[in-house]
Design a protein around this ligand. Structure first.
Ligand code: AMP
Ligand code: GLY
Length: 439
Protein backbone atom coordinates (compact mmCIF):
# COMPACT_ATOMS: atom_id res chain seq x y z
CA UNK A 1 0.00 0.00 0.00
CA UNK A 2 1.45 3.38 -0.89
CA UNK A 3 1.32 6.11 1.69
CA UNK A 4 -1.45 8.69 1.09
CA UNK A 5 -0.43 12.34 0.77
CA UNK A 6 -2.41 13.27 3.84
CA UNK A 7 -2.66 11.04 6.91
CA UNK A 8 -4.29 11.55 10.27
CA UNK A 9 -2.11 9.95 12.93
CA UNK A 10 -2.93 8.67 16.41
CA UNK A 11 0.08 8.36 18.71
CA UNK A 12 -0.34 6.07 21.72
CA UNK A 13 1.92 6.60 24.73
CA UNK A 14 2.71 9.44 27.05
CA UNK A 15 6.47 9.63 27.72
CA UNK A 16 9.82 10.79 26.35
CA UNK A 17 9.86 8.23 23.55
CA UNK A 18 6.48 9.47 22.36
CA UNK A 19 7.54 13.13 22.53
CA UNK A 20 10.44 12.25 20.21
CA UNK A 21 8.05 10.35 17.91
CA UNK A 22 5.56 13.22 17.95
CA UNK A 23 8.27 15.65 16.82
CA UNK A 24 9.26 13.36 13.94
CA UNK A 25 5.62 12.89 12.90
CA UNK A 26 4.90 16.62 13.18
CA UNK A 27 7.78 17.35 10.77
CA UNK A 28 6.21 15.21 8.03
CA UNK A 29 4.57 17.10 5.16
CA UNK A 30 2.01 14.27 5.00
CA UNK A 31 0.56 14.96 8.42
CA UNK A 32 -3.13 15.77 8.47
CA UNK A 33 -4.10 15.89 12.12
CA UNK A 34 -2.01 14.49 14.96
CA UNK A 35 -4.05 12.99 17.79
CA UNK A 36 -2.22 12.06 20.96
CA UNK A 37 -2.82 9.84 23.95
CA UNK A 38 -5.25 11.20 26.55
CA UNK A 39 -2.46 10.78 29.12
CA UNK A 40 0.15 12.54 26.94
CA UNK A 41 2.48 14.87 28.81
CA UNK A 42 2.34 18.61 28.05
CA UNK A 43 5.27 18.37 25.62
CA UNK A 44 3.50 15.82 23.43
CA UNK A 45 0.16 17.59 23.81
CA UNK A 46 1.70 20.81 22.45
CA UNK A 47 2.17 19.01 19.10
CA UNK A 48 -1.28 17.46 18.69
CA UNK A 49 -4.80 17.16 20.05
CA UNK A 50 -5.53 14.90 22.96
CA UNK A 51 -7.90 12.08 22.04
CA UNK A 52 -10.90 11.94 24.32
CA UNK A 53 -11.12 8.17 24.65
CA UNK A 54 -10.45 5.66 27.44
CA UNK A 55 -7.27 3.67 26.77
CA UNK A 56 -7.83 0.74 29.13
CA UNK A 57 -7.54 -2.73 27.66
CA UNK A 58 -11.22 -3.59 28.15
CA UNK A 59 -12.38 -0.73 25.94
CA UNK A 60 -10.26 -1.13 22.83
CA UNK A 61 -13.46 -1.01 20.80
CA UNK A 62 -13.88 2.61 21.84
CA UNK A 63 -10.38 3.44 20.62
CA UNK A 64 -11.31 1.80 17.36
CA UNK A 65 -14.48 3.86 17.12
CA UNK A 66 -12.42 6.97 17.79
CA UNK A 67 -9.98 6.03 14.99
CA UNK A 68 -12.87 5.45 12.59
CA UNK A 69 -14.54 8.73 13.52
CA UNK A 70 -11.36 10.74 13.05
CA UNK A 71 -10.30 8.89 9.92
CA UNK A 72 -6.99 7.83 11.44
CA UNK A 73 -4.80 6.32 8.71
CA UNK A 74 -1.78 5.50 10.88
CA UNK A 75 -1.57 4.49 14.52
CA UNK A 76 1.83 4.57 16.19
CA UNK A 77 1.97 2.61 19.44
CA UNK A 78 4.93 3.56 21.64
CA UNK A 79 4.77 1.42 24.81
CA UNK A 80 4.72 -2.34 25.32
CA UNK A 81 1.66 -2.68 27.53
CA UNK A 82 -1.02 -1.83 24.95
CA UNK A 83 0.76 -4.04 22.42
CA UNK A 84 0.72 -6.98 24.82
CA UNK A 85 -2.98 -6.27 25.39
CA UNK A 86 -3.76 -6.48 21.69
CA UNK A 87 -4.35 -2.83 20.80
CA UNK A 88 -2.65 -3.28 17.41
CA UNK A 89 -5.00 -6.17 16.63
CA UNK A 90 -8.05 -4.12 17.62
CA UNK A 91 -7.16 -1.11 15.47
CA UNK A 92 -5.93 -2.89 12.34
CA UNK A 93 -9.33 -2.98 10.72
CA UNK A 94 -11.53 0.00 9.85
CA UNK A 95 -15.30 0.02 10.14
CA UNK A 96 -15.61 -0.52 6.37
CA UNK A 97 -13.43 -3.65 6.58
CA UNK A 98 -10.33 -2.10 4.98
CA UNK A 99 -6.94 -2.27 6.74
CA UNK A 100 -5.55 0.52 8.84
CA UNK A 101 -1.77 0.98 9.15
CA UNK A 102 -0.63 0.29 12.71
CA UNK A 103 3.02 0.55 13.75
CA UNK A 104 3.25 -2.14 16.41
CA UNK A 105 2.96 -5.92 16.41
CA UNK A 106 -0.13 -7.98 17.22
CA UNK A 107 -0.43 -9.39 20.74
CA UNK A 108 0.79 -12.78 19.59
CA UNK A 109 4.10 -11.30 18.46
CA UNK A 110 4.29 -8.86 21.39
CA UNK A 111 4.71 -11.93 23.60
CA UNK A 112 8.35 -11.79 22.57
CA UNK A 113 8.70 -8.99 25.13
CA UNK A 114 5.76 -9.68 27.43
CA UNK A 115 6.76 -13.25 28.18
CA UNK A 116 10.48 -13.86 28.63
CA UNK A 117 9.92 -17.61 28.94
CA UNK A 118 8.25 -17.64 25.50
CA UNK A 119 11.08 -15.54 24.07
CA UNK A 120 13.64 -17.97 25.47
CA UNK A 121 11.86 -20.93 23.95
CA UNK A 122 11.59 -19.28 20.54
CA UNK A 123 15.28 -18.36 20.62
CA UNK A 124 16.28 -21.85 21.62
CA UNK A 125 14.17 -23.42 18.87
CA UNK A 126 15.66 -21.06 16.25
CA UNK A 127 19.25 -21.46 17.56
CA UNK A 128 19.59 -17.74 18.26
CA UNK A 129 22.60 -16.98 20.48
CA UNK A 130 21.41 -16.12 24.00
CA UNK A 131 22.24 -16.95 27.62
CA UNK A 132 21.42 -20.51 28.66
CA UNK A 133 18.30 -20.27 30.75
CA UNK A 134 15.43 -22.15 32.31
CA UNK A 135 12.01 -20.95 33.37
CA UNK A 136 10.23 -21.88 36.57
CA UNK A 137 6.67 -21.49 37.87
CA UNK A 138 7.43 -23.22 41.13
CA UNK A 139 9.43 -21.42 43.81
CA UNK A 140 10.80 -24.59 45.47
CA UNK A 141 12.08 -25.93 42.14
CA UNK A 142 13.64 -22.58 41.21
CA UNK A 143 15.34 -22.32 44.59
CA UNK A 144 16.65 -25.89 44.40
CA UNK A 145 18.04 -25.17 40.92
CA UNK A 146 19.85 -22.01 42.09
CA UNK A 147 21.25 -23.78 45.16
CA UNK A 148 22.60 -26.62 43.04
CA UNK A 149 24.67 -24.21 40.91
CA UNK A 150 28.17 -23.10 41.72
CA UNK A 151 28.28 -20.13 39.34
CA UNK A 152 26.11 -17.00 39.65
CA UNK A 153 22.85 -16.70 37.69
CA UNK A 154 20.66 -13.79 36.63
CA UNK A 155 17.04 -13.80 37.86
CA UNK A 156 14.32 -12.32 35.64
CA UNK A 157 10.62 -11.85 36.18
CA UNK A 158 9.07 -13.43 33.08
CA UNK A 159 6.36 -10.78 32.64
CA UNK A 160 6.42 -7.04 31.98
CA UNK A 161 8.13 -5.13 34.81
CA UNK A 162 9.07 -1.78 33.25
CA UNK A 163 12.70 -2.81 32.72
CA UNK A 164 13.21 -3.34 36.44
CA UNK A 165 12.44 -7.05 36.81
CA UNK A 166 16.01 -8.25 36.33
CA UNK A 167 18.48 -8.91 39.14
CA UNK A 168 22.15 -9.51 38.43
CA UNK A 169 23.36 -10.76 41.82
CA UNK A 170 26.88 -10.37 43.17
CA UNK A 171 26.54 -13.28 45.62
CA UNK A 172 24.53 -16.48 45.78
CA UNK A 173 22.59 -15.07 48.76
CA UNK A 174 21.56 -12.00 46.78
CA UNK A 175 20.25 -14.23 44.00
CA UNK A 176 18.21 -16.36 46.39
CA UNK A 177 16.79 -13.27 48.11
CA UNK A 178 15.77 -11.79 44.74
CA UNK A 179 14.07 -15.03 43.76
CA UNK A 180 12.07 -15.05 46.97
CA UNK A 181 11.07 -11.39 46.56
CA UNK A 182 9.83 -12.07 43.02
CA UNK A 183 8.09 -15.42 43.43
CA UNK A 184 6.90 -15.27 47.04
CA UNK A 185 6.78 -11.54 47.85
CA UNK A 186 5.45 -10.75 44.34
CA UNK A 187 7.64 -7.64 44.16
CA UNK A 188 6.68 -7.25 40.49
CA UNK A 189 3.15 -8.56 40.92
CA UNK A 190 2.02 -11.27 38.53
CA UNK A 191 5.03 -10.56 36.26
CA UNK A 192 7.20 -12.49 38.74
CA UNK A 193 5.02 -15.56 39.23
CA UNK A 194 7.13 -17.14 36.55
CA UNK A 195 10.88 -16.47 36.44
CA UNK A 196 13.69 -17.14 34.01
CA UNK A 197 17.03 -18.05 35.58
CA UNK A 198 19.92 -17.68 33.23
CA UNK A 199 23.67 -17.80 32.86
CA UNK A 200 25.44 -14.55 33.79
CA UNK A 201 27.18 -13.16 30.72
CA UNK A 202 29.78 -10.42 30.51
CA UNK A 203 30.68 -7.82 27.91
CA UNK A 204 29.58 -4.43 26.60
CA UNK A 205 25.89 -3.95 25.86
CA UNK A 206 24.34 -2.49 22.78
CA UNK A 207 20.80 -2.14 21.44
CA UNK A 208 20.05 -2.87 17.83
CA UNK A 209 16.64 -1.83 16.57
CA UNK A 210 14.99 -2.68 13.31
CA UNK A 211 11.80 -1.86 11.52
CA UNK A 212 10.17 -5.11 10.45
CA UNK A 213 7.23 -5.21 8.03
CA UNK A 214 6.42 -8.88 8.35
CA UNK A 215 9.21 -9.96 6.02
CA UNK A 216 11.62 -7.13 5.32
CA UNK A 217 14.02 -6.06 8.03
CA UNK A 218 15.45 -2.55 8.07
CA UNK A 219 18.20 -2.33 10.67
CA UNK A 220 18.40 1.12 12.25
CA UNK A 221 21.63 2.79 13.37
CA UNK A 222 22.77 1.17 16.63
CA UNK A 223 22.17 3.04 19.87
CA UNK A 224 23.58 2.63 23.31
CA UNK A 225 21.57 2.95 26.49
CA UNK A 226 22.85 3.53 30.05
CA UNK A 227 20.60 1.45 32.27
CA UNK A 228 22.11 1.95 35.72
CA UNK A 229 21.25 4.99 37.79
CA UNK A 230 24.81 5.99 38.69
CA UNK A 231 28.00 6.92 36.86
CA UNK A 232 30.28 4.07 35.76
CA UNK A 233 27.25 1.76 35.66
CA UNK A 234 26.64 1.66 39.39
CA UNK A 235 23.40 1.64 41.36
CA UNK A 236 20.02 0.12 40.51
CA UNK A 237 18.72 -0.64 37.02
CA UNK A 238 16.41 1.99 35.57
CA UNK A 239 14.40 2.35 32.38
CA UNK A 240 17.47 4.13 30.96
CA UNK A 241 19.38 7.25 32.08
CA UNK A 242 20.65 8.32 28.69
CA UNK A 243 21.57 7.10 25.25
CA UNK A 244 23.60 7.96 22.21
CA UNK A 245 23.46 7.17 18.51
CA UNK A 246 25.19 5.91 16.48
CA UNK A 247 26.98 3.57 18.84
CA UNK A 248 30.49 2.73 17.70
CA UNK A 249 30.56 -0.49 19.73
CA UNK A 250 29.50 -2.57 16.74
CA UNK A 251 31.53 -2.78 13.56
CA UNK A 252 29.91 -3.44 10.21
CA UNK A 253 30.79 -7.13 10.26
CA UNK A 254 29.20 -7.63 13.69
CA UNK A 255 26.12 -5.71 12.60
CA UNK A 256 25.58 -8.03 9.68
CA UNK A 257 26.19 -11.00 11.94
CA UNK A 258 23.47 -9.68 14.26
CA UNK A 259 21.10 -9.31 11.33
CA UNK A 260 21.84 -12.85 10.12
CA UNK A 261 21.99 -14.66 13.45
CA UNK A 262 19.36 -12.74 15.41
CA UNK A 263 16.89 -10.74 13.33
CA UNK A 264 16.32 -13.03 10.36
CA UNK A 265 15.77 -16.18 12.45
CA UNK A 266 13.52 -14.51 15.06
CA UNK A 267 11.26 -12.92 12.43
CA UNK A 268 11.02 -16.32 10.68
CA UNK A 269 10.36 -18.11 13.97
CA UNK A 270 7.54 -15.69 14.79
CA UNK A 271 6.00 -16.14 11.37
CA UNK A 272 6.13 -19.92 11.77
CA UNK A 273 4.35 -19.39 15.06
CA UNK A 274 1.64 -17.40 13.24
CA UNK A 275 2.83 -14.19 14.85
CA UNK A 276 3.78 -11.94 11.94
CA UNK A 277 5.83 -9.06 13.25
CA UNK A 278 5.10 -5.55 12.02
CA UNK A 279 6.67 -2.77 13.97
CA UNK A 280 9.87 -2.03 15.82
CA UNK A 281 11.93 -4.98 16.96
CA UNK A 282 14.59 -4.22 19.51
CA UNK A 283 17.34 -6.65 20.42
CA UNK A 284 19.27 -5.93 23.61
CA UNK A 285 22.63 -7.58 23.04
CA UNK A 286 25.70 -8.39 25.06
CA UNK A 287 28.96 -8.63 23.13
CA UNK A 288 30.41 -11.63 24.94
CA UNK A 289 33.80 -13.18 24.21
CA UNK A 290 31.84 -15.86 22.29
CA UNK A 291 30.08 -13.28 20.09
CA UNK A 292 26.90 -11.22 20.36
CA UNK A 293 24.15 -12.80 22.45
CA UNK A 294 20.57 -11.66 23.04
CA UNK A 295 19.70 -10.34 26.50
CA UNK A 296 16.12 -9.53 25.62
CA UNK A 297 13.78 -8.55 22.84
CA UNK A 298 11.49 -5.57 22.99
CA UNK A 299 8.68 -5.01 20.53
CA UNK A 300 8.86 -1.21 20.40
CA UNK A 301 11.32 1.67 20.33
CA UNK A 302 13.55 1.88 23.38
CA UNK A 303 13.13 4.81 25.71
CA UNK A 304 15.40 6.83 25.72
CA UNK A 305 17.05 5.28 22.63
CA UNK A 306 14.20 6.60 20.48
CA UNK A 307 15.20 10.16 21.29
CA UNK A 308 18.70 10.26 19.71
CA UNK A 309 17.41 8.04 16.92
CA UNK A 310 14.51 10.33 15.97
CA UNK A 311 16.81 13.36 16.26
CA UNK A 312 18.91 11.82 13.48
CA UNK A 313 16.02 10.75 11.24
CA UNK A 314 15.89 12.92 8.14
CA UNK A 315 13.31 10.94 6.16
CA UNK A 316 9.56 11.41 6.36
CA UNK A 317 8.55 9.52 9.53
CA UNK A 318 4.95 9.01 8.41
CA UNK A 319 6.01 7.48 5.11
CA UNK A 320 8.51 5.24 6.88
CA UNK A 321 6.13 4.05 9.61
CA UNK A 322 3.31 3.57 7.12
CA UNK A 323 5.57 1.43 4.92
CA UNK A 324 6.57 -0.65 7.93
CA UNK A 325 2.96 -1.16 8.96
CA UNK A 326 1.83 -2.18 5.47
CA UNK A 327 4.57 -4.56 4.37
CA UNK A 328 6.26 -2.13 1.98
CA UNK A 329 9.58 -1.28 3.62
CA UNK A 330 11.38 -2.36 0.45
CA UNK A 331 9.88 0.70 -1.28
CA UNK A 332 11.32 3.33 1.06
CA UNK A 333 14.81 4.63 1.40
CA UNK A 334 15.71 6.04 4.79
CA UNK A 335 18.10 8.92 5.42
CA UNK A 336 19.92 9.56 8.69
CA UNK A 337 21.82 12.67 9.66
CA UNK A 338 25.61 12.37 9.67
CA UNK A 339 25.61 14.03 13.05
CA UNK A 340 25.94 12.32 16.43
CA UNK A 341 23.18 12.54 19.00
CA UNK A 342 23.46 12.26 22.77
CA UNK A 343 20.48 12.17 25.17
CA UNK A 344 20.88 12.88 28.88
CA UNK A 345 17.91 11.92 31.06
CA UNK A 346 16.99 14.11 34.01
CA UNK A 347 15.24 12.02 36.65
CA UNK A 348 13.21 12.97 39.69
CA UNK A 349 14.30 12.80 43.29
CA UNK A 350 13.86 9.22 44.52
CA UNK A 351 13.92 7.56 41.07
CA UNK A 352 13.76 4.60 40.46
CA UNK A 353 12.37 3.42 43.81
CA UNK A 354 9.95 6.21 44.68
CA UNK A 355 10.08 9.27 42.43
CA UNK A 356 8.80 12.49 43.93
CA UNK A 357 6.18 14.46 42.02
CA UNK A 358 5.32 18.13 41.95
CA UNK A 359 8.75 19.83 41.75
CA UNK A 360 8.66 22.86 39.47
CA UNK A 361 10.79 22.66 36.31
CA UNK A 362 12.50 25.71 34.83
CA UNK A 363 15.02 26.38 32.08
CA UNK A 364 13.71 24.30 29.15
CA UNK A 365 13.47 27.29 26.83
CA UNK A 366 17.00 28.43 27.62
CA UNK A 367 18.27 24.88 27.07
CA UNK A 368 16.56 24.67 23.68
CA UNK A 369 18.22 27.89 22.54
CA UNK A 370 21.54 26.02 22.40
CA UNK A 371 22.23 24.89 18.84
CA UNK A 372 21.20 21.31 18.09
CA UNK A 373 19.32 20.84 21.39
CA UNK A 374 15.77 19.67 21.97
CA UNK A 375 14.17 18.69 25.25
CA UNK A 376 11.70 15.83 25.21
CA UNK A 377 9.31 15.65 28.11
CA UNK A 378 8.70 12.34 29.86
CA UNK A 379 7.27 12.51 33.40
CA UNK A 380 5.90 16.05 33.44
CA UNK A 381 2.55 17.67 34.18
CA UNK A 382 1.07 21.15 34.07
CA UNK A 383 -0.29 22.20 37.44
CA UNK A 384 -1.65 25.74 37.94
CA UNK A 385 0.14 26.88 34.81
CA UNK A 386 3.51 25.54 35.97
CA UNK A 387 5.42 22.61 34.52
CA UNK A 388 6.20 20.13 37.32
CA UNK A 389 7.74 16.69 37.72
CA UNK A 390 5.24 13.88 37.52
CA UNK A 391 7.16 10.67 36.98
CA UNK A 392 10.55 8.98 37.40
CA UNK A 393 12.28 10.10 34.26
CA UNK A 394 11.27 13.71 33.84
CA UNK A 395 13.05 15.01 30.72
CA UNK A 396 15.38 13.82 27.99
CA UNK A 397 17.85 16.44 26.78
CA UNK A 398 19.07 15.54 23.29
CA UNK A 399 21.84 17.35 21.46
CA UNK A 400 23.22 16.86 17.98
CA UNK A 401 26.82 17.64 17.08
CA UNK A 402 29.34 17.00 14.35
CA UNK A 403 31.32 14.88 16.83
CA UNK A 404 30.33 12.95 19.93
CA UNK A 405 32.31 15.42 21.98
CA UNK A 406 30.34 18.34 20.58
CA UNK A 407 26.99 16.60 21.06
CA UNK A 408 27.89 15.70 24.66
CA UNK A 409 29.11 19.15 25.48
CA UNK A 410 25.88 20.69 24.18
CA UNK A 411 23.67 18.13 25.93
CA UNK A 412 25.35 18.71 29.29
CA UNK A 413 25.40 22.48 28.89
CA UNK A 414 21.64 22.35 28.17
CA UNK A 415 20.96 19.89 31.02
CA UNK A 416 22.78 22.25 33.39
CA UNK A 417 20.36 25.07 32.52
CA UNK A 418 17.32 23.04 33.55
CA UNK A 419 16.45 23.04 37.21
CA UNK A 420 14.08 21.19 39.50
CA UNK A 421 14.51 20.10 43.10
CA UNK A 422 16.18 16.72 43.46
CA UNK A 423 17.27 16.53 39.78
CA UNK A 424 19.31 13.40 39.13
CA UNK A 425 21.46 12.78 36.06
CA UNK A 426 24.49 10.77 35.09
CA UNK A 427 27.64 12.68 34.18
CA UNK A 428 29.06 10.04 31.85
CA UNK A 429 26.44 9.56 29.10
CA UNK A 430 28.30 9.02 25.84
CA UNK A 431 31.69 9.30 27.54
CA UNK A 432 32.84 5.90 26.31
CA UNK A 433 31.88 6.75 22.73
CA UNK A 434 33.72 10.06 22.94
CA UNK A 435 36.83 8.35 24.29
CA UNK A 436 36.66 5.68 21.60
CA UNK A 437 36.23 8.23 18.83
CA UNK A 438 39.29 10.01 20.21
CA UNK A 439 37.25 13.20 20.15
P1 AMP B 1 16.94 -7.19 30.35
O1 AMP B 1 15.74 -6.40 30.80
O2 AMP B 1 16.69 -8.63 30.17
O3 AMP B 1 17.66 -6.54 29.19
O4 AMP B 1 17.99 -7.02 31.52
C1 AMP B 1 18.32 -5.77 32.07
C2 AMP B 1 19.82 -5.70 32.27
O5 AMP B 1 20.27 -6.76 33.13
C3 AMP B 1 20.59 -5.88 30.99
O6 AMP B 1 20.70 -4.67 30.30
C4 AMP B 1 21.92 -6.38 31.50
O7 AMP B 1 22.72 -5.32 31.99
C5 AMP B 1 21.52 -7.24 32.68
N1 AMP B 1 21.41 -8.66 32.27
C6 AMP B 1 20.30 -9.28 31.82
N2 AMP B 1 20.55 -10.57 31.52
C7 AMP B 1 21.84 -10.76 31.80
C8 AMP B 1 22.71 -11.91 31.70
N3 AMP B 1 22.27 -13.10 31.30
N4 AMP B 1 23.99 -11.74 32.06
C9 AMP B 1 24.45 -10.55 32.51
N5 AMP B 1 23.69 -9.45 32.62
C10 AMP B 1 22.40 -9.54 32.28
N1 GLY C 1 15.89 1.78 27.35
C1 GLY C 1 15.52 0.44 27.44
C2 GLY C 1 14.15 0.14 27.07
O1 GLY C 1 13.42 0.96 26.53
O2 GLY C 1 13.74 -0.99 27.28
Amino acid sequence: MTCPDRVNVFLVGAGGREHALARAIARSPRLGELWVDPAANPGIASLGRRADVPMDSKQHYRVRQFCDRRDIGLVVIGPEDPLAQGLADSLAERADGSRRAVLGPPARAARLEADKAYAKKLMRDASIPTAEGRSFDDYAAAKAFLESRTELHVIKAAGLAKGKGVVVPKTECEGLAALERMMVGLEFGDAGRRVVIEELMTGPEVSVLALVDGRNIMILPPCQDHKRLGDDDTGPNTGGMGAFCPSNTLDVATMSRVEREVFVPIVDALRRDEAEFRGVLYAGLMLTPAGPKVLEFNVRFGDPECQPLMARLESDAIELFHACATGSLHRVDVQWSEQHAVTVVLAAQGYPAKPRKGDEITGIEAAERIEGVRVDQAGTAMVDGKLVTSGGRVLGVTAMGTSFAEARERAYRAAGLIEFDGKQMRADIGASATAKAGA
